[in-house]
Ligand binder design. Structure first.
Ligand code: NAD
Length: 350
């Protein structure tokens, strides 16, 4: 089906409210998911709702949970999300870091154990809109590992994403580089599985360590695993994310909770926000941004049918298309959303 973003936001918020979320939690999470769909990242869109509802039901996701301020020293803070709504707590954390960076030039925020915080690009976009540079490293615990370390055949990491955001200029939109450190985000394996489609080669291993394109290996029978992006380099970045959030921020690494096997994930995020005006003049920076982006995009395309894009551009293209045409949702995902709504006695009209 194809659905307009406005009724989809309202439906998601109604289901979350019925599940016990506050108004802010319901609206923020609904908007975050729908914005991820609009950006083309269905992996972090409304398809997450059924698992959030299951987590609410099991108590793994705690509604109306305020973060605990573990440490606050002006421009360095550590918060513990204690399993509260990740999209809300991470939004507040990044807003905190933006205003601290405005005051001090730079701010560092360590977030521990929020429930799944969704698409990390959302937080980079917030910083870029405020004229800030931001870097986000994310880890996860409370779930089984799904990504093998380079050279291994047993999973040891989750898809630990990284995001770097550079503000835009009058003519160049913000550059938002936001990626999982696995070959594909786990949610994209779920989307392919729900649509009955294979994934591309070089992404998945079976339980026995054999290459496969069948996304079912992550959902049926003995579990397979995802390969890291960029071989040893992506594997190294996945390790660094878990070390930065798990060891340095103090949330604990996936190792500690790998045996829990419960559904859902708690995210940690180490965020650096920098006011670029403290490093060079904004006019110089913007000239270089405009110049480099134009230079990169001026490369002759390898395939004349496929233009050279820069980070953040595919999401903007998807957003324009989906705002105009609506958001496609596959039948399996829609049925799962409908079941979640039914369990909470929320009526879906179509
Ligand atoms: P992806 O591979 O689709 O895109 C990664 C980045 O590459 C984006 O910045 C995008 O703008 C850029 N890009 C894509 N195509 C491009 C092209 N042709 N030219 C230039 N740049 C291009 O992303 P992914 O690795 O599948 O991750 C998907 C989402 O999953 C991300 O938003 C990430 O934050 C999220 N995620 C969240 C968690 C979590 O625990 N919360 C875990 C993993 C991933």
């Amino acid at each position: 089906m194809i659905i307009d973003h406005q009724p989809l936001r309202a439906l998601m918020a109604r289901i979350l409210l019925a599940g016990g979320a506050s108004d802010d939690e319901a609206t923020c999470t609904a908007d975050h998911m729908v914005e991820a769909n609009l950006a083309g990242h269905d992996s972090h869109g409304v398809g997450m709702l059924p698992s959030y509802c299951r987590s609410l039901e099991s108590g793994k996701l705690r509604a109306k949970q305020q973060p605990e301020i573990v440490h606050d020293a002006g421009n360095i803070a550590v918060w513990d999300g204690h399993g509260g709504f990740g999209q809300v707590i991470a939004r507040d954390a990044v807003n905190w870091a933006i205003s601290a960076a405005r005051q001090h030039g730079v701010a560092v925020h360590g977030l521990r154990s929020a429930h799944h915080i969704g698409r990390i690009g959302t937080y980079g976009e917030m910083a870029a809109r405020a004229g800030m540079v931001s870097i986000h490293f994310v880890n996860g615990t409370g779930a089984l590992p799904v990504v093998v370390p380079f050279g291994g055949r047993e999973a040891r990491f989750i898809t630990n994403p990284i995001c770097v955001a550079i503000p835009g200029t009058a003519t160049t939109p913000a550059i938002i580089l936001d990626f999982a450190t696995s070959r594909l985000a786990m949610g994209k394996i779920r989307v392919a599985y729900n649509m009955g489609k294979p994934v591309k080669e070089g992404v998945l291993l079976t339980h026995d360590g054999e290459p496969t394109t069948d996304p079912g290996v992550m959902f049926e029978g003995p579990r397979g695993a995802l390969l890291p992006m960029g071989e040893h380099k992506g594997s190294g970045l996945a390790l660094i994310c878990d070390l930065l959030c798990g060891a340095v921020v103090g949330m604990g690494t996936l190792r500690d909770t790998a045996s829990s096997g419960s559904r859902g994930v708690y995210n940690g995020m180490l965020t650096f926000v920098l006011d670029p005006g403290r490093m060079s003049s904004r006019a110089f920076m913007e000239g270089e941004i405009d110049g480099l982006i134009a230079w990169a995009k001026s490369s002759a395309p390898a395939d004349p049918e496929v233009p050279v894009l820069v980070a953040g551009e595919p999401e903007r293209i998807a957003r324009a298309k989906r705002l105009a045409e609506g958001i496609p949702i596959d039948d399996t995902t829609w049925n799962e959303i409908r079941e979640a709504a039914d369990r909470l006695q929320v009526r879906i009209d179509s």
